[in-house]
Design a protein around this ligand. Structure first.
Ligand code: PGA
Length: 253
């Protein structure tokens, strides 16, 4: 399979933004702007917005995701939400291992692997985030860091399950900073992830996996990033909160 056979996935990560009324308004604005999208479009929204957004997007091409899930199906985990709970209300996607979860909320590659495992068990599609911090890029260990994060997260994931895994390469220094990786930098890391998947699974499987880029992707830089052979979509934070900007990225996807 070659790049042209992969359908790109453009996913918005709303982070901790928008009350349900604002979420509904944004989805209603997006529906006409994205209804003819050639790529898949996913909106990863705050837990509290999920019921409203699922209802507003029902019957459209917009897919809905959450931004995290716990590794247990249920139990004494105050404040947490399980993958089975997300699945039950109609959620199809979940982000795991976002760098904000890793840096601010103590997620490690091991807990990310557990969350991914639970999401796959519940029948969700995982958007697995990996990426280096600036110091690691400066030390020239980006590929090692990203390979290790990916390998640990996928340790217990079968080839069959990998069909429900999207990998998002997000250099931490590019998230919310306005700094974007160059198209070449993004493609180099995405290619390295694909090479790792070929080692872990097979070349054919590796060629079928969606590997996104994320980090200050916007309406102006999306086309160049998405034109790279190993960049199969984007995970978009800030620009996903503005309908016109997100729709422009979807058109480039
Ligand atoms: P950004 O966020 O587009 O605002 O840089 C991307 C992300 O955190 O997924």
């Amino acid at each position: 399979m070659n790049a042209s056979k992969r359908t790109p996935v453009i996913a918005g990560n709303w982070k901790m933004n928008l009350l349900p009324a604002g979420a509904k308004a944004l989805v209603e604005e997006l529906i006409p702007l994205t209804k003819d999208a050639k790529c898949k479009v996913v909106l990863c929204v705050p837990y509290i917005d999920l019921p409203t957004v699922l209802a507003a997007a029902s019957g459209t091409n917009l897919k809905i995701g959450a931004q995290n899930c716990h590794w247990a199906a249920s139990g004494a985990f105050t404040g947490e939400v399980s993958a089975a709970m997300l699945k039950d209300i109609g959620v199809e996607y979940v982000i795991v291992g976002h760098s904000e979860r890793r840096s601010l909320f103590g997620d490690t590659s091991e807990t990310v692997a557990q969350r991914a495992r639970a999401a796959l068990d519940a029948g969700l599609t995982v958007i697995l985030c990996v990426g280096e911090v600036l110091q690691e890029r400066r030390q020239n260990i980006t590929l090692e860091v990203v390979r290790q994060q990916t390998k640990i997260a996928l340790a217990d994931v079968s080839a069959e399950e990998l069909r429900r895994v999207i990998i998002a390469y997000e250099p931490v220094w590019a998230i919310g900073t306005g700094l974007t990786a160059t198209a070449e930098q993004a493609n180099e890391v995405n290619r390295a992830i694909r090479d790792l998947l070929a080692e872990l699974y097979s070349q054919d499987i590796a060629e079928s996996v969606i590997i996104q880029y994320g980090g200050s992707m916007n309406a102006a830089n999306a086309a160049e990033l998405l034109a790279q052979p190993d960049v199969d979509g984007g995970l978009i934070g800030g620009a996903s909160l503005k309908a016109a900007d997100f729709a422009a990225i979807v058109r480039a996807g």
